[in-house]
Each structure stands twice: as C-alpha cells, then as structure tokens.
Design a protein. Sequence first.
Length: 277
Amino acid sequence: MSILVIKDLHAEVDGKEILKGVNLEIKGGETHAIMGPNGTGKSTLASVVMGHPKFTVTKGSITLDGKNVLDMEVDERARAGLFLGMQSPAEVPGVTNSDFIKTAMNSRLEDGKNVSLFKFIVEYDKAVAELKMNEDLPHRYLNEGFSGGEKKRNEILQMKMLKPTIAILDEIDSGLDVDALKIVGENVTKMKSKDLGLLLITHYQRLLEYINADFVHVMMVGKIVKSGGMELIQRIDTEGYDFIKKELGIEDVRVVIEEEEEKVLLGVCATKEALGL
C-alpha cells in the first residue's frame, strides 16, 4: 500500500505564489476529492506533484512511500507509481496509442524486459471494450483527432493499463456527456482497491455520483481550507461555496486568474525519452 504525503507545499510561477501551504495525505485504498472555485490552485497542485517545469516549489515536501518526489524527474515519478489524467492531453502525431502505452509499460520493467505482446493485446482489448471505445483505437495516433470525450476515456485506458499506485484525475469529467461520464465513473470505481490511492479534482458533484469519495477537501486561496465527507459535497451542492467563504472570512478565493493547462506529457506514461518527446 502506497502513501503520498504532501506537507506545507508552496509553489509559484513567474514569481507569483499559487500554492500557499497545501497539506494532504493519500493512502492506498482511499479516494480523495478536491473541489473549489476556478483559479484556486487545484490543477496547479496536480501539475506540481507530477513535476511540471513551469512551477517552482519554494517550500514544503512531497513524498511517495518515504521517497522524495521533488528529487525525481517527471518520468521517474511515473515509474514510481504516480499517474496524472489531464484535462487536455497532448496530441502526439506519429505515435500510435497502443505503442505509446506499451512503451510506457515496458519502461516500468527492469532493463531488457518487455511486456508479453499476447498479454498486452488481451488486456488492451479488454480495457478498450470496457470503456466502449472504437476498435480502431490502437492504430490511431495518440489523441490526434480525438473528441474531448475520447481523450478523457483514453486517459482512463492508460490508467487501467499502467496500474499506478497513486492516480490523480484532474477534471476528468469536464466535457463529458452523461453516458460518457457514467462509463468513466464505473471504470474508475472498478479499479478501486487497497493498492490504489485516488485523487479526484473536480468542480462538480456529478462525477462523485459515480465515484464515491472517502474524503472531500475544498481548496481556496492556494490551500485546503475545509475537509469532510460526502456530506460536505451535498452542502456545497445546496449552498455553493459561500458558506465556507463566510466561515473563513475569505472574499477573493482565487490565486490565479485562469488555470490553463499546458498540453505536455506529465507522468501519463514514463516514455519521455523512449519516444524522443
């Protein structure tokens, strides 16, 4: 069972502090949800955990099973068991979806070892069917020409194949219609086990109708300001975030005007060097 521990994490971009003391611990078998208004640092937290070069950590620590994550390169973090399902995954022309995932799986094995081709095909086809994706997916270039819903399901496909120990899903529900959301939610729920710690970052309650969270956190002004269970989600759904702002005396919850996600490969697969990206 893995444990991701984030302590007093501060991070900035271009000299502007975005994260202002985030504390969070995620254990295998637990599902955490982070909610909050736009611009409060939620996506920044995911990017910092995975090592986005845009952000500079100025204080605090991130450890995975006692190992210093901040000392790891992006691909090392992925090989260590971290996974990020992104809002806007990158398109990679010239690299097929199946080759990308197979290379990622091989990169986690000892030097000289490769995943059995037969085993890979069986697992891949099963995962594609469970996600109700098109059968031509293996031969398509990674995310090229994919619809928003296809990209999101493809992120879950990668997660199913790579079997991370800690997975962060950053607004995986955005842009999904009801049917696609149900498929994604059911597949993520099936993956839940004592060996997987899960962090869901979302604006909306609807994702959590399909994926039950053990812990719910609200992020404002660059840090977690309130935690609870599913009852917290229900109150937010009824009252919005105003009751939290009133309790804490917060007027402007934002730390960034808009959290734009750069389309880079961040720990989705540890294939940066292998594919020459």
